[in-house]
Design a protein around this ligand. Structure first.
Ligand SMILES: Cc1cc2nc3c(=O)[nH]c(=O)nc-3n(C[C@H](O)[C@H](O)[C@H](O)COP(=O)(O)O)c2cc1C
Length: 141
């Protein structure tokens, strides 16, 4: 039983680039053991993360992440049962949107900034799929 979950959140005011590196490192250390794959996108103080894996593993991880004081306003955007994973290559891929063509953001939203609170879950998921297709995700494995 596989599921895919996507949420958005706002980073804590105090979050530094080093903190983000630690979060990605922790994720890459923990997720393979839990059978979780996914991608984390961070831009302008907004996090957008997709988690896929077994239902129990993804649910448990989401609850832990949602309680993390390094971010707030955690909002569940989509949750679906899936036949297969889409982000198999990443224990936790990382996207730096500063390096992504603004046209890609414009394709799915009114302006070229990441604001998953303002668009549909389907639009955010489509953006993620394109980021993967255009090799914008770093951190294979
Ligand atoms: C935006 C964000 C994304 C995170 N993603 C993950 C993740 O994919 N996997 C993970 O194990 N921890 C992730 N964490 C860290 C968890 O919240 C938690 O600190 C970590 O799993 C260690 O939990 P523990 O101290 O209970 O062992 C994330 C934290 C934040 C703020």
């Amino acid at each position: 039983m596989l599921v895919r979950l996507m949420y958005a959140s706002r980073s804590a005011d105090t979050l530094s680039p080093e903190d983000l590196t630690v979060i990605v490192k922790t994720s890459r250390a923990h997720n393979p053991g839990a059978g979780v794959t996914g991608v984390l996108c961070c831009s302008g103080g907004i996090f957008l993360q997709v988690l896929e894996g077994g239902r129990s593993a993804v649910n448990a991880l989401y609850l832990r992440i949602a309680a993390d004081p390094r971010h707030r306003d955690v909002e569940l955007l989509t949750y679906e049962e899936i036949e297969e994973r889409r982000f198999t290559g990443w224990s936790m891929g990382h996207v730096n949107l500063a390096r992504v063509n603004p046209a890609l953001l414009l394709k799915y939203s009114e302006c070229a900034v990441l604001d998953p609170y303002a668009v549909s879950g389907a639009a955010s998921m489509a953006l993620f799929s394109e980021l993967v297709a255009t090799a914008s995700v770093a951190g294979q494995g």
